[in-house]
Design a protein around this ligand. Sequence first.
Ligand SMILES: C[S@@+](CC[C@H](N)C(=O)[O-])C[C@H]1O[C@@H](n2cnc3c(N)ncnc32)[C@H](O)[C@@H]1O
Length: 221
Amino acid sequence: MGPGDTVLDCGYGFGDQDILWTRNMKPEKIIGLNITKSQVERARINVADAGLKKSIDLREGSATEMPIENESIDLVVSVESAFHYRTRENFFKEAFRVLRRGGRLVTADILPTTNSGNPFRRIEQWLSWNLVAGKFNIPQENYYLIPSYTNKLSKAGFVHIDIKSIRDDVYKPLHEYLSRNRTFLGKMHPLAKILAQLTLNRSAESVYVGLDYILSYSEKP
Ligand SMILES: C[S@@+](CC[C@H](N)C(=O)[O-])C[C@H]1O[C@@H](n2cnc3c(N)ncnc32)[C@H](O)[C@@H]1O
């Protein structure tokens, strides 16, 4: 991302990354698409408070049916969101449509890990994935590994596809951070609090054994 880029951020949450990118990377413009009305409202306030209303245009809409013109975007990004979409493949098709030739698609995304040969480990993986998939509303259609992710990007028309797992840089530090800073537990329902405490008392390796975390890069030829 850099000066001159028109960026589309899909699933922008509260818009924090758009404020950071505008300040640090200075793209021409960031358009955001998010499906959750309450987040759209909050994110717009955050952007206005940051004095960046002219550079960041936050819209309500779906990444799977983008209200965006064909070939009008240089870079589509989706940070920790594409696993929610119904489906991720529909998002790939839409990203391809709105990108200009030479445009890039970059995602930070959550996938399952390859099944272990050890049956006990496989049960742990199944539990780990299903807890997260249930809590974060991940549709079954988005359950596949990196090779299928690559195939689906390729099928949508993307080239120069590069996907790497950064799970070791994500889950362990996250788990350590949450274990050290437990104040968030105070805001939870008592039952959810007990479950969260039990989870934090287990090792990161066991809690996240079913989850991969990837960075993907691809281009529209
Ligand atoms: C885990 S949050 C990530 C938010 C932000 N990108 C971040 O990293 O902090 C997932 C976001 O995806 C959004 N989302 C889910 N389905 C969507 C869809 N079909 N189109 C656009 N946004 C969607 C949710 O509203 C939420 O803001």
